[in-house]
Design a protein around this ligand. Structure first.
Ligand code: AMP
Length: 364
């Protein structure tokens, strides 16, 4: 029986879901407002606003299950289709992930360590919150902040001046600044029967708040750290009745992990799993939401993903690098936009690092 997965969002994550699902005989319908949605290459594209009920009904009617690849889909749209078709991950989690305050509270409730945080809805409240969490502090908008947008670092008392207005006079969260040694992420997956699996922790390196490079497994990764991250992800997913892939972003401080945020979807830091694992994050997400057994998550070697930000280098130069696997999303080019990536996956870490350097000379 052919099954159809409906996807809210039609960006590169949707496209990669499609690329993973087509060999399994899965069909796809994507709802996305853009006229050049990258996912249109692998399924039907319903071009409409996310809150168009006629289009949402069309998506629901065409799908056996609906999922999302874009986090800022209005929760009200998902609530509209939920009585008509199964939706996973559950809409409550989408809603929580859209609000940094609710997200931190949820992590705390599940017993996952987070940085000290406070909420603030006025300049005065920011000043009080900063006094409580201490300096340095990071002030972030509760909603619609990503890739480092919508946040301000407060190094000293003077920096607090005017921050509420500068961030648009919106509800905020104030966090203490973590002196982390590195940023890690865990891609975990939970099926409908509550079974879970996780890929090895990944080290993520950002520039200007945008993820540039992921190394998988994270260099020097040991079993204890992996187990700690998996335990956190599992308690979170179990407490939420989660189904699908979940990404958890952590700061590492010594041997400890502090969760920064989650993404209730497939994630950029898991792209290496396409080449580097027997079952990619995309296939495992599909397996989970369709009620199929989960697939193997071990890394086949030492892998990395190098993101192309804002521009795609000449394909000739990348194609000439043996071992570089190219993914070009077919998006229009704009500064700070993720438009493609290159993955590498080789038997040892030294070779991997060399290959990463070669690719980075081309992908600047
Ligand atoms: P976010 O939008 O929360 O993912 O933050 C973007 C980036 O800002 C993170 O990847 C970190 O590099 C940095 N950052 C965010 N929150 C903190 C924090 N509390 N302490 C230190 N760095 C942070």
């Amino acid at each position: 029986m052919s099954r159809t997965v409906g996807v809210l969002g039609g960006g590169q994550l949707g496209r990669m879901l499609g690329l993973a699902g087509v060999p399994l005989g899965i069909r796809f319908v994507f709802l996305d407002p853009g006229d050049a949605a990258p996912a249109a290459a692998v399924g039907r594209h319903i071009r409409s606003a996310y809150d168009d009920h006629v289009a949402l009904d069309d998506l629901a009617a065409a799908s056996n299950v609906v999922t999302y690849e874009f986090e800022n889909v209005p929760a009200s749209s998902v609530r509209h289709i939920a009585p008509r078709v199964e939706v996973n991950p559950p809409v409550e989690i989408l809603e929580i992930a859209q609000d940094r305050l609710a997200e931190k509270q949820m992590l705390e409730k599940a017993g996952v360590p987070v940085v000290p945080f406070e909420h603030a809805s006025s300049q005065l409240e920011i000043e009080d919150a900063v006094a409580r969490v201490g300096l340095p502090a990071v002030v972030k908008t509760r909603r619609l902040g990503y890739d480092g947008r919508g946040q301000v670092l407060i190094r000293n008392r003077k920096d607090v001046t005017g921050v509420f207005a500068r961030l648009g006079g919106r509800p905020l969260i104030v966090e203490s600044f973590v002196r982390f040694t590195r940023e890690l992420s865990l891609i975990a997956v939970r099926d409908k029967d509550g079974r879970t699996a996780s890929y090895p922790l990944v080290e993520n390196q950002h520039r200007d708040g945008i993820l540039r490079l992921s190394l998988a497994p994270a260099p020097g990764l040991d079993d204890a750290l992996q187990l700690r991250a998996e335990t956190h992800a599992r308690s979170l997913m179990d407490s939420l009745g989660y189904v699908g892939v979940l990404a958890v972003e952590f700061f590492q401080t010594g041997e400890d992990l502090v969760a920064n945020e989650i993404a209730p979807r497939v994630h950029n830091s898991g792209h290496w799993t396409i080449e580097g694992a027997d079952c990619s994050q995309f296939e495992n997400h599909l397996r989970a939401v369709l009620g199929l057994p989960l697939g193997p998550t071990a890394a086949r070697g030492h892998c990395a993903t190098i993101n192309m930000i804002g521009k795609v280098p000449p394909l000739e130069s990348l194609a000439a690098i043996a071992g570089a696997r190219l993914h070009v999303y077919g998006k229009s080019l704009r500064p700070k936009r993720k438009v493609g990536h290159v993955s590498v996956c080789v038997p040892d870490a030294i070779l991997r690092d060399r290959l990463v350097e070669t690719v980075r000379r081309v992908v600047v």
